[in-house]
Design a protein around this ligand. Structure first.
Ligand SMILES: [Zn+2]
Ligand SMILES: [Zn+2]
Length: 170
């Protein structure tokens, strides 16, 4: 499937470009973990040229992803609607890029926004995915999934987030 999350610079000078397409699933590798799409995310956006010679993009991304619960390690599915709001500015050094501002490539007629969209999706993912707010996690002694069974260990489960904090304090 061709990735058509592109903006043609010769067209945008005339009028705003409005597009919607799916983000190619094969390109969905993210830093710090893997993100599995249940189906390719749908992206809709409107791009307009701005007074500064750049491009203003706004739109929305609908993603249905499969995550792994950090507490019980079970896989679960969740959906996210991520707002897209960013600018592409000409003459911007790559290291001057900031939240919502990206460099407009100096040459070529076509700008592919798929990498930016993937980055925005990555940022929208929870740092601590939980299958549900009251997930009981795994028993720290015997490893049984406490959402599905009880065990005889009788220990009260420590919250792994407090565990991390405790380590930081030592
Ligand atoms: Zn869980
Ligand atoms: Zn146990």
């Amino acid at each position: 499937m061709p990735d058509s999350l592109t903006i043609e610079l010769s067209r945008i000078a005339e009028a705003a470009i409005e597009k919607s397409d799916r983000l190619a699933a094969a390109a969905a590798l993210l830093t710090g973990g893997e993100l599995v799409f249940v189906e390719p995310p749908m992206v809709s956006f409107v791009a307009q040229s701005s007074a500064s010679g750049g491009i203003q993009v706004h739109g929305e991304l609908d993603a249905h992803v499969r995550l792994t619960c950090r507490r019980c390690l079970a896989e679960y599915e969740d959906t996210f609607v991520v707002p897209l709001e960013f600018r592409l500015e000409p003459g911007l050094e790559p290291d001057a890029e900031d939240e919502g501002v990206f460099a407009l490539p100096p040459d070529g007629d076509v700008v592919d926004i798929a990498p930016i969209v993937r980055e925005e999706l990555s940022l929208a993912m929870p740092e601590f995915p939980e299958c549900r707010a009251d997930c009981r996690g795994l028993c720290p002694s015997c490893g049984v999934n406490l959402n599905e069974a009880t065990c005889e260990c009788g220990s009260s489960e420590p919250d792994p987030r407090w565990e991390t904090l405790r380590k930081l304090r030592v």
